[in-house]
Design a protein around this ligand. Structure first.
Ligand code: GLN
Length: 304
């Protein structure tokens, strides 16, 4: 039955693919086939469902911001993390630096590039990238996650905008770690290759309050998970977060690789892959799938 609804969800969203484009500002991402679509659901009851291109690897991109934030909260604590990074939706594009310059403020939130670069600055001296990779594999229940070195190199050679953001952060005293090391860490995290299934695994862990549903081991503190899910709800879809919260009502995080991680709390983790993006950088068919699913399975967090 759920598999049936998922198939319907995918077919309903398929026409939207034509209205979007794959990301092109990182040349390697241009190679994605924009017609690919995948949807995975892992439930609290231990069932796993997948339809479409759910085993195709793609780069996690901004969805890694969720993992970096969770690790920063675990290693540095809430007060330190939110001392220099805000908790408010920015209303601007994910790579904007407008607000950083016109106010004396710090990044609006950890889900946009400026905030995630600041967060990377906190954790880079504390945890080597290899350990982040190992931890990401555990969080996603996917030992196959690795660094896509082509995406990494492609992004590193088109890094001007993020470099500008990082130096501005340094200039404001928000970023106190070495700028180039921080950027390298940030881009490596964005270049991890996942599948829709890995995202469903991560979603399930978050839905389950931070305890691995596979092993019963707690991987993240309850408070960390609570903060992460709330930030996903308010800021996870960039300047589309408000409308998405109303239409879909499921805390989610998108990335320009075409992934969306969604957490139907205490119910299921949802992983989406659809590299055709809307103008805000969110998977266009992915958003449509989530809206459809939310209605069909009554997943809106304020469902009456
Ligand atoms: N690596 C990308 C960047 O920094 C991530 C952006 C995204 O997925 N929205 O621009």
């Amino acid at each position: 039955m759920i598999q049936e609804i998922m198939r319907e969800t995918l077919e309903n969203a398929r026409p939207a693919v034509a209205q979007g484009e794959v990301a092109s500002y990182i040349p390697e991402l241009k190679k994605a086939d924009k017609n690919q679509l995948g949807l995975s659901i892992f439930t609290m009851e231990g069932e796993r469902y997948s339809v479409g291109d759910t085993k195709v690897r793609f780069s996690i991109q901004s969805i890694s911001k969720v993992i970096s934030l969770a690790v920063a909260l675990e290693l540095c604590g809430f007060e330190t993390v939110f001392d220099q990074v805000g908790m408010e939706p920015s209303g601007d594009a994910f790579n904007s630096l407008v607000k950083l310059e016109i106010s004396d403020s710090h990044p609006s939130n950890p889900m946009i590039n400026s905030g995630a670069i600041a967060v990377s600055g906190y954790i880079e001296p504390k945890i080597p990238f290899d350990q982040m990779l190992t931890f990401t594999r555990r969080l996603c229940m996917d030992p196959g996650i690795g660094l896509d070195s082509r995406v990494y190199e492609s992004e590193m050679s088109h890094i001007s905008r993020n470099r500008a953001i990082a130096y501005l952060l340094e200039n404001k005293g928000v970023l106190r770690n070495d700028v180039e090391r921080t950027l390298d860490f940030y881009v490596k995290m964005c270049s991890l290759s996942v599948t829709a299934e890995s995202l469903a695994g991560l979603g399930l862990l978050l839905a389950n309050g931070g305890v691995s549903p596979e092993t019963g081991v707690r991987l993240l503190k309850k408070k960390t998970v609570k903060v992460v899910k709330t930030i996903m709800l308010t800021c996870g879809m960039y300047d589309g977060s408000g409308e998405f919260a109303i239409r879909v009502g499921i805390p989610s995080k998108s990335g320009v690789g075409g992934g969306i991680l969604a957490v139907a709390d205490k119910k299921m983790g949802i992983g989406i892959f659809g590299p055709s993006l809307d103008e805000k950088g969110n998977s266009i068919a992915g958003e449509r799938m989530l809206q459809y699913l939310s209605e069909k399975l009554k997943l809106h967090m304020f469902e009456a």
